[in-house]
Design a protein around this ligand. Structure first.
Ligand SMILES: [Zn+2]
Length: 166
């Protein structure tokens, strides 16, 4: 059985005892989080969030890409979130390669060059990367100055979040 078939089977049980039908669309705790997609991070668990509490935007590295900004802007203006949190973590896969290396590998293996993705956003220092992501959000003209934007590193060995000074 494929993993997708396995998880679909699980979902049959989930739907049978579903109790979240009355949740409103806007996040109850008015929080939006950008986090790495790393499988060791369960953002809801580490932050004590429940379904309906927050928007959680995830991608490789927890990077403030154009698409992440799009989501934050919609999150704030359309759905009322008032605080933004960026979470990177120790031992991130994005620390293990350089954009140019992956680009060269892909072009060699596929024999094709493409326009998108234009960047992979690999990085070599996690705290520095968090600072850059905070800046990208804070400097965006459509992000109101009164919205707090704070960045953190999650330690995959301890479960602890440490704030990165902006
Ligand atoms: Zn990661």
């Amino acid at each position: 059985m494929s993993v997708i078939d396995e998880v679909l089977k699980y979902n049959e049980g989930y739907a049978r005892s579903f109790a979240l039908a009355e949740l409103p669309m806007p996040p109850g705790r008015k929080l939006a989080v950008i986090a790495c997609m790393d499988a060791r991070l369960t953002v809801e668990e580490m932050l004590g969030l429940k379904t309906g509490d927050a928007h959680i935007i995830r991608n490789a590295g927890g990077i403030v890409t154009e698409d992440a900004l799009r989501s934050l802007i919609i999150s704030h203006y359309m759905l009322g979130t008032q605080e933004f949190m960026i979470i990177n973590h120790t031992d991130c896969g994005m620390l293990t390669f350089k954009d140019e290396e992956l680009l060269a590998k892909l072009q060699k293996e596929t024999g094709t060059a493409t326009v998108t993705p234009s960047h992979f956003h690999a990085f070599s220092e996690v705290e520095k990367n968090v600072r850059q992501q905070i800046q990208k959000v804070k400097l965006h003209p459509w992000i109101p100055k009164h919205v707090p934007v704070r960045g953190f590193v999650y330690d995959v060995k301890t479960g602890r979040l440490t704030e990165v000074s902006a």
